[in-house]
Design a binder for this molecule. Structure first.
Ligand SMILES: Cc1ncc(COP(=O)(O)O)c(C=O)c1O
Length: 215
């Protein structure tokens, strides 16, 4: 929180991201954040791009997470699988303001109902199955950790696997070899692997086998 000084912006908002780096923020932490913003007269925003992943992992209704926040964004096009789209949730006053800003910034869309229908389908059909992505990510993390040359963060419980590549073999060469097999990844010593509804257990095995063959 910036001091009350004309050289600084006024601090008005605390924004949390959940899940963050594949980790779920505990519900008690959200309650503490609410108390904190109440004490300091701030608003509380949730970057909930992956909020349903958190709810599914905690086995709670999404409202157990969102009830602490003044505003929430939800991404429909990540694990939920819609081709495009995000939701902004908040009070009518906030949403009216947001609509105005969307227009000002050139973000208005016409005939967006087709995309909204895809988003609605995602919300109605693809929430509970996020659990499959989490199980697949755990499987991927476990299997990857058994390949020498990868150190895997095993503390993530949702759909993200973070791994550090420790071998002296050039990771760019491995990426190039895998590309020949139709497997694309951005070569880096720090890898982020994400599971979603288009990635099956068999796809993961295909990837792991191809990787093992080139290490
Ligand atoms: C944590 C997080 N928040 C917000 C966004 C932005 O989502 P959108 O562009 O759909 O608003 C992303 C997307 O990449 C994200 O990963």
């Amino acid at each position: 929180i910036k001091p009350d000084d004309c050289h600084f912006a006024k601090t008005r908002l605390l924004s949390l991201e959940n899940t963050i780096g594949g980790k779920v923020l505990p519900l008690e932490y959200l309650a503490q954040a609410r108390d904190f913003v109440n004490t300091h007269s701030l608003a509380l925003h949730l970057d909930g791009a992956r909020a349903f992943n958190a709810a599914v992992e905690l086995k709670v209704d999404i409202t157990e997470i969102t009830k602490h926040f003044d505003s929430v964004s939800i991404c429909l096009s990540k694990g939920l699988g819609a081709p495009v789209g995000s939701l902004l949730l908040g009070s009518p006053v906030l949403i009216n303001k947001a609509r105005r800003w969307r227009k000002v910034l050139g973000g208005g869309m016409r005939q967006a109902g087709m995309l909204a229908a895809a988003g609605q389908f995602a919300l109605e059909h693809n929430v509970e199955r996020l659990r499959d992505d989490h199980e697949n990510a755990r499987y991927l993390a476990q299997q990857l950790s058994e390949i020498n040359d990868f150190t895997v963060d095993m503390t993530n419980t949702t759909n993200m696997v973070y791994a550090t590549y420790t071998s002296s073999i050039n990771i760019e060469d491995i990426a190039e070899a895998l590309k020949q097999q139709g497997i694309l990844f951005s070569p880096s010593k720090q890898l982020r692997l994400v599971t979603h509804l288009d990635i099956t257990r068999e796809d993961i095995d295909t990837f792991l086998n191809a990787l093992s063959a080139h290490i």
